[in-house]
Design a binder for this molecule. Structure first.
Ligand SMILES: *Cc1c(COP(=O)(O)O)cnc(C)c1O
Length: 382
């Protein structure tokens, strides 16, 4: 029987389990000292001043958008080739996501399509570093500067990636960067996420938003005693538990090795597939180092009409391929809320041609070779 090989999966080692168990048997199981330790280690790893953990990448986005302190009706520009959460997190606040188009090869926001989407209500831009390939940060930053817009990076795919030798998350080009620790991402806490920033004001707002809007510092009124706290904003309970933080902290120690493995797998795939007549392999701009969250192949034009067949055949071969993503504006909820006539040509072609093949750091060399031969046989017998 053929072994099922998914497109992505977590790696949990005994050392991870020991760390989680240690915290489960300690006094503190929800947000406490280990969460703080995880935040400090994460901030240090990516080169940011602060990190704040959340119970998902989605709540991290929700909080980051909150931290900007914008009015209802604000617009932000993002990419349609992302997980719905990037756009949804804005809807939670009554903001309007406006979708620009993407670069046909990287799948990242195409900076040349941003300016046409800017209106007097535009306040910020949310790039997603698709598949782990950093977006065109300098260009984005220039546009943001010109129109006085903020940038929040959705870095869910890009923990460990580099742009011009800087780690994604150091916020050189943005106010904040969000991460997700879902099991298919680079490190996992089960569910979980984080925001990094260099700005203390945002840092405080992120922490407060995570905890119902409650604070014991920066009081608006006079303290009435040691029990006193104030709820100053309408926040949520978005806290990560300490045993999840222990898992994250333990996983973070292996991040660099993890990225190296992914890059080696990508290099092997690229070498094996580089001259194939059926699909394009992912590109990597010379000033980035992708963290290869995904390995997205794109069918060549003449094969696009056969995507469904190819996809089904790959699944029959027990390859857990996936498509990233259905353009967000095509989702029924979006169609019903004003996006009926939105279509971005490159995003459409990307959707019609993209297939994510197995990519995760614990994918063995044997399995990589298996993936390659199963893919070859599918295309050669179409
Ligand atoms: C995974 C992901 C998220 C959401 O993260 P969760 O932890 O699942 O809530 C947001 N944006 C992108 C691009 C993602 O890939």
């Amino acid at each position: 029987m053929k072994k099922h090989i998914p497109y992505g999966r977590q790696q949990i080692l005994d050392e991870d389990i020991r760390e989680v168990q240690r915290v489960l048997q300690s006094d503190f199981i929800t947000t406490g000292p280990v969460s703080r330790e995880f935040e400090e280690a994460l901030a240090k790893k990516v080169g940011a001043k602060f990190a704040v953990t959340f119970n998902s990448g989605t709540s991290a986005l929700h909080a980051a958008y909150f931290a900007l302190g914008l009015e209802v009706g604000s617009e932000f520009i993002t990419t349609p080739i992302t997980f719905v959460a990037t756009a949804n997190a804005g809807l939670y606040h009554g903001f309007k996501p406006v979708f620009c188009d993407i670069e046909p090869d990287t799948g990242n926001m195409d900076c040349a399509t941003i300016e046409a989407s800017i209106t007097e209500n535009t306040r910020f831009i949310v790039p997603v570093h698709f598949g782990g390939h950093p977006a065109d940060q300098e260009n984005l930053h220039q546009i943001a500067d010109k129109y006085q817009l903020k940038i929040i990076e959705d870095g869910s795919h890009a923990l460990g990636a580099r742009y011009k030798n800087r780690r994604i998350g150091d916020c050189t080009y943005s106010e904040m960067t969000t991460f997700s620790f879902h099991p298919v991402k680079h490190i996992t806490t089960g569910e979980g996420g984080a925001v990094t920033t260099n700005n203390e004001h945002y840092y405080k707002r992120l922490r407060q938003f995570r905890n119902h809007g409650i604070t014991k510092d920066d009081l608006q009124y006079k303290s009435e005693g040691d029990w006193y706290y104030e709820m100053q904003y309408l926040g949520f309970n978005y806290r990560l538990t300490d045993f999840q933080a222990a898992l994250g902290l333990s996983q973070l120690k292996r991040l660099d090795q993890n990225i190296l493995s992914r890059r080696e797998i990508a290099a092997f795939y690229c070498q094996e597939f580089k001259e194939n007549p059926y699909f394009h392999i992912p590109v990597e701009r010379d000033y980035v180092e992708s963290s290869y969250h995904l390995y997205p192949i794109r069918l060549k034009e003449d094969l696009i009409p056969y995507k469904r067949k190819v996809f089904n055949r790959l699944r029959e071969e027990k390859l857990g391929v996936q498509t990233h993503y259905i353009p967000v504006y095509r989702q029924p909820y979006y169609l019903e809320h004003g996006y009926m006539n939105i279509q971005k040509p490159h995003a459409e072609i990307f959707y019609q041609s993209e297939i994510s093949i197995p990519m995760y750091h614990s994918l063995s060399h044997e399995d990589q070779k298996d993936v390659i031969s199963r893919i070859r046989s599918v295309f050669e017998t179409l």
